[in-house]
Structure formats: C-alpha cells, structure tokens
Design a protein around this ligand. Structure first.
Ligand code: FAD
Length: 322
C-alpha cells in the first residue's frame, strides 16, 4: 500500500523558509517507492513559490492564496489547511517546528485523529517504518519514537534534516484550493516587527549570543558587527534579556528559542543548563568568557578565556580579512 506525505511549507517575506525544504527532505527519507510527497502552501501572494517546492521534490502543491492570509492567524490558517487536507487525504503531515508549525500541528493531529511527535531532529526508515529522533530532558538525551499506525503528524526542528538537492526544471501539479473564511474569533490588527532586518535566529547558520557579560545594550554592538561580517544572527541568554540589554525575542534556551546553527559563539554567557537546552545541538560551539571555570567551556569545541570586548573585535577584524 502506498502512503501520502503532506508537508506544510512556510513563506516569510516573499520567500520560502528553509525548513520547508527540510520537511520535504524528512518526508523523502521515509517515503518508499510509490509513495507521494505533496506540499501545502498557504498565505497571500505565495502562488509563485509553488515551483520552488517542486524543485525540491514535492510532486503536487496545494496552494491557498488569499489576501486575508497575509498574516498568520491560527483559525484562518487552520481552516485553510483543513480544506487542503480534505482534498489531499494524506496519511501523514510534516510541519516545521516553528512558531507556526507548533501551533498548527495539534489542530491537524486532532482533525486527523492522529498521534504527534514534535521537535524531530533526525528521521530514518527502519525496514519501511519511520523512526524519529527527538531531544528530551532539555537536550540531555535523545529518544527514538515510531508510530504504530497512520495517520500521524510530526514537527521537524529547523537546521537538522538535510533538504534535498534542488532539481532544475522540475515541475509539479499545482492545485489551487479556494479559501473559505471561517468566522474568526481573533483578528490581527497590526504586526509590530521588533527585530526587523535580522536573520531568523532559528534558521541562521551562525549565531553570536551575548550574556550578562555584555553589561549593557551597547555591549551587543561588537557582537552585531561580528554577526554582520559572518552573515549571522544575534541571540542572547536570559540573563542578558532579564537585565534589559536586549529583547526577549532574542532569548535562546529552555524558555526561549532552540537554535542549531553550524557555528554558535557564546560571549559572556556562563552556560546554565537552561541556556544549553537551546544551543547544545549546534555543530561547533565557541565560548568566550573571562572565567576559565565557566560551565560553558564544558560544551564548547573551542574556548577563549578572555574579555569579550577584546576578543570579539579581534575576531571581526580577522574574519573581515578572510
Ligand atoms: P551569568 O550566569 O551571570 O553569566 C555571565 C558570564 O559572563 C559569566 O560566566 C562571566 O564570567 C562572563 N563575563 C562577564 N564579563 C565578561 C567579559 N567582559 N568578557 C567575557 N566574559 C564575561 N537562561 C537562558 O539563557 N535561556 C533560557 O531559556 C532560560 N530559561 C530558564 C528557565 C527557568 C525555569 C530558569 C529557572 C532559568 C532559566 N534561564 C534561562 C536562566 C539561567 O538559569 C541563567 O540564569 C542564565 O542563562 C544566565 O545568563 P548569563 O549566562 O548571561 O549570565
């Protein structure tokens, strides 16, 4: 029997988010011959992005494109996705483990009467059965889980599962699904961007984070310069947020964002367990701290004992030359 996997793509600022392609990668890793990988694309002015999903391997793209879907609204997007699911009849749905994905997944699981596995960081096919790996105990351990039956819903942590290589000239059937607005109990009046222009923390390949050691809002400036040179995003510990040096939108950790960049540079961060929960999955961790006993050095691949206000500008200068 063949199975149908539906991935839910996400668009932001007129472009598809990388996690959309990574969910296609996850679906393809478990799809057997004869199975289908389909995509759902919801938003306003998003129709033109369907071709890109085809290039990454979606065989058919269901698009709901409507002016009312400009900003994310759980009821509106939930209804649009319900309608796509009714047409596509998938056995399984994969979403990004993003603010939107985390919000939509339980709605969809309840609609399908499906089980859900969240925050998946790896997928494998074990004799035709999909096995999912996810971190538990604030990232201290990994567990492997599998569903006993279809249907199921998973959310995939950004930056962990490889996206397939894009095939040039690939095309997919596009099915436009009309948006039938539900009666909304909530409406979005205005979206206020607090960190405009910054690279999305969850998807950044390089993250430079500041802790209480930056000492003030101005103390983030050298970190921003380094991030600019490396094409990275700036994050923070809760210590820095609580001290009022930066916005909580930048907080990384158990009660903040989870990031898994290729390079994570922790500046003036002690390395509390709650902070590690949000960044210990990073590929290479570099810690800069003037206390050689700081716990962050236990998880760091490279440690620099020194004052961040000396070390960070030196790194920026060197990377600028490279
Ligand atoms: P500190 O622990 O004060 O460390 C500052 C570090 O900077 C020190 O190691 C010091 O040696 C170094 N330093 C100072 N000056 C310099 C300098 N000039 N150059 C170099 N190094 C310097 N924390 C999070 O980060 N994220 C979370 O999501 C989170 N969730 C939490 C949830 C709960 C329920 C609780 C109880 C706590 C949570 N915390 C979280 C808080 C966490 O326990 C720590 O208090 C916090 O991470 C400490 O932040 P910090 O490392 O910036 O500050």
């Amino acid at each position: 029997m063949s199975n149908t996997y539906l991935i839910v793509a996400e668009a932001k600022g007129g472009a598809l988010r990388q996690v959309s392609f990574e969910t296609i990668g996850a679906a393809k890793a478990i799809a057997a011959e004869g199975d289908s990988v389909l995509a759902a694309l919801i938003g306003s002015g998003v129709s033109g992005l369907a071709g890109e999903l085809a290039a990454y391997g979606a065989q058919k793209v269901y698009v709901t494109d409507h002016a009312d879907l400009k900003d994310y609204n759980p009821e509106a997007y939930g209804k649009a996705l319900h309608d796509i699911i009714r047409q596509a009849e998938p056995d399984a749905v994969l979403l990004g483990h993003t603010a939107i994905g985390k919000d939509l997944a339980p709605q969809i699981a309840s609609l399908l009467g499906a089980g859900q596995i969240s925050d998946v960081t790896a997928v494998e096919s074990d004799g035709g059965k999909a096995v999912f790996t996810r971190p538990i105990y604030a990232g201290k351990a990994l567990e492997k889980k599998a569903f006993t039956s279809f249907p199921w819903v998973v959310t995939v942590r950004p930056n962990n599962i490889a996206a397939p290589a894009a095939a040039e000239g690939a095309s997919a059937a596009v099915e436009n699904v009309a948006y039938e607005a539900p009666s909304l109990r909530t409406v979005i009046r205005e979206v206020v961007q607090k960190t405009s222009g910054q690279i999305d923390l969850a998807e950044a390949k390089v993250v430079i984070s500041g802790g209480r050691g930056v000492k003030s809002a101005d103390g983030f400036k050298p970190l921003e310069e380094l991030a600019g040179v490396l094409g990275g995003a700036v994050g923070a510990s809760r210590g820095a947020c609580d001290a009022g040096y930066c916005d909580y939108a930048m907080q990384i950790g158990q009660t903040g964002k989870v990031v898994t960049p290729e390079i994570y540079i922790a500046c003036g961060i002690s390395g509390a367990i709650q902070h590690l929960a949000g960044m210990s999955g990073s590929r290479v961790i570099i810690a800069i701290n003037k206390d050689p006993e700081a716990p962050i050095f236990k998880v760091a691949d490279y440690g620099i004992v020194g004052d961040l206000f000396d070390v960070v500008p030196l790194l920026t200068e060197e990377f600028r030359k490279a």
